[in-house]
Ligand binder design. Structure first.
Ligand SMILES: Nc1ncnc2c1ncn2[C@@H]1O[C@H](COP(=O)(O)OP(=O)(O)OP(=O)(O)O)[C@@H](O)[C@H]1O
Ligand SMILES: [Mg+2]
Length: 229
């Protein structure tokens, strides 16, 4: 599946911004098409617009101008219902911060993409292998409140990957992780890319450069391709 961001901008209205109109240009005109089969890494300063751009690609935030196309179909032209179904089916989104549902166990949280649509067909073997690799296997019956920040992060990653989505969009997925778990997570993403899926990872983690097939830098709302060193 081919993802294409075309001429996207995002303005936020915010008091105190140094312009007459109080408009903050969080994402300046951006066109970008991450390749299937590649692990695409986006780095950049805090506040440069990385999360905003990722949320726009994920169907969570409508851009001010421009469009997001999946195989030529415009994401924000879909009805809300079609958009939710599309996201659930094709996009594995791993947000910055926590997304665990407190009333569900860790295992149920990971399986949420199935539970939401009352879908069958969970690949139990994949689930158990992934929980093992992410070192959260023993936590499967625990509640999110009992987990550390890094454990919650790994559960969120498992949830994003469980349906083997064609598109994976991850926002600071290794933010709370130690070196060993960071390597586990980056390997999981790399494997997904090797299966010809499209993987975009926003990160501050320098180690991610060693796994990247393409590197971009976001600077004050402008996305630029960077050299892989
Ligand atoms: N809903 C919003 N309303 C107003 N301003 C916003 C909103 N969301 C983000 N911003 C602003 O847009 C800019 C870009 O934010 P964004 O979250 O995309 O940055 P980021 O690159 O992901 O930063 P970080 O590395 O800290 O996560 C920031 O200046 C932020 O304050
Ligand atoms: Mg962010």
């Amino acid at each position: 599946m081919r993802l294409a961001v075309e001429g996207v901008t995002k303005d936020f209205l915010r008091a105190g911004v140094q312009t007459e109109s109080n408009v903050l240009a969080a994402v300046k005109e951006t066109s970008f098409s991450p390749e299937p089969g590649m692990l695409t890494v986006i780095m950049g300063r805090s506040g440069s617009g990385k999360t905003t751009l990722l949320n726009i690609m994920a169907g969570l935030l409508a851009p001010t101008t421009g469009s997001v196309l999946y195989d030529g179909e415009s994401l924000y032209a879909m009805t809300d219902e079609a958009l939710s179904a599309f996201r659930n089916r094709h996009i594995g989104y791993i947000p910055q911060g926590q997304n665990a549902v407190g009333s569900l166990s860790v295992k149920e949280n990971i399986l949420l993409p199935y539970l939401i649509q009352n879908e069958q067909g969970v690949d139990e073997q994949y689930l158990s292998e992934m929980m093992k690799r992410l070192h959260i296997e023993e936590l499967k019956d625990a509640r999110p409140v009992e987990l550390s920040g890094g454990e919650l992060r790994r559960a969120a990653i498992a949830r994003g990957l469980i349906k083997k989505p064609e598109i994976i969009l991850a926002d600071e997925p290794t933010g709370d992780l130690d070196d060993e778990n960071t390597a586990v997570v980056l390997k999981l993403f790399k494997e997904a890319a090797e299966q010809d899926r499209t993987v975009v990872v926003v990160t501050h983690e320098n180690e991610a450069r060693n796994y990247a097939d393409a590197l971009y830098r976001m600077d004050a709302g402008t996305l630029k391709k960077d050299a892989l060193s």
